[in-house]
Design a binder for this molecule. Sequence first.
Ligand code: GLP
Length: 324
Amino acid sequence: MGLEVVIAQDFEDMSEEAANIIIPKIREATIYEQVEFNVGLATGSSPIGLYKRIIERQKEFDATRVASWNLDEYIGLPGETLTERIIHPQSYAFFMIQNLFGRLSPPFAKTHIPRGAEIDQRKLVDALKEGIDRGYVHLEGNDKGKAVVVLPSCNDKYLRWIRDELLDSYLHSIRDAGGIDYWIVGVGENGHIGFHESGIPLHHQILLVKLDDNTIYNAVKDGHFPNREDAPQYAISMGAGGIFGHSRNILLLASGGRKAECISKSLLGQATSEVPISGLYTYAQNGGNVTYVLDEDAAKGILGRDALLNKKGIAIKDLRLKYA
Ligand code: GLP
């Protein structure tokens, strides 16, 4: 199994280490082997330093051989039209253009972002209400965040379009491309991966998701939205099962004390849907390759636990030693 935890000093050091892992892999595939490289991408503050370095070092690889897939996208950003919602400053499409895609020349061959902006949240809420009443929509999850499952018996055209054209086809595009070589992921305070919220069964491959209160709380706290009422309530997201099932390598980035508890639970505890990233351990046991790159604050729940981690087959690389 391959699960390594790299402990960096701070955010910059974490970003540098992540860049030194991923850029040579992209270079190897696109320059030396001259094959396509499929990368999975995340939004949020965690990967920003890594993206900055990918931009600075873009001459080291051939972007025209790279295709990317993002983890998730909001539904329900303010805006009457699709264009208004896509160019909303908090849309993940906008984030990616600003922090990576718009600053690569030449650009990636292909970029994919879940089509959450195409959904009209009011129409969705009405259709879901009726679907739940009539029994062709199920909500799954033990916490406030829920997977919205549109059952085969659903005869609502709008919900079927979301399920077939927006969810299933996204997953198929990854499968048809041969899977993801490296997926860069972040993690939420509650241990979510993408928007696969705490309490949602880990087998889900792709999700229409009702966001958890904690996710909305943090989005407001981090200044992305002025208040809860203006924050999106839904999203489209890769599910843990889809990420694990379609990627050969996963690089998890986490910085800050807010992440410490879910990080330690995922490494020291059992796999549980309460902490979706805990599925990474099982993923690694099944042959996947996982690297956590953490700053000191995010790592604080595992510091000094090397013996226990090693016993579980988890390797530790402590970069802070170079500053000691
Ligand atoms: C959001 C995104 C996740 C991301 C998480 C953490 O919830 N959907 O993909 O990992 O935020 O964000 P940050 O890196 O800003 O802490």
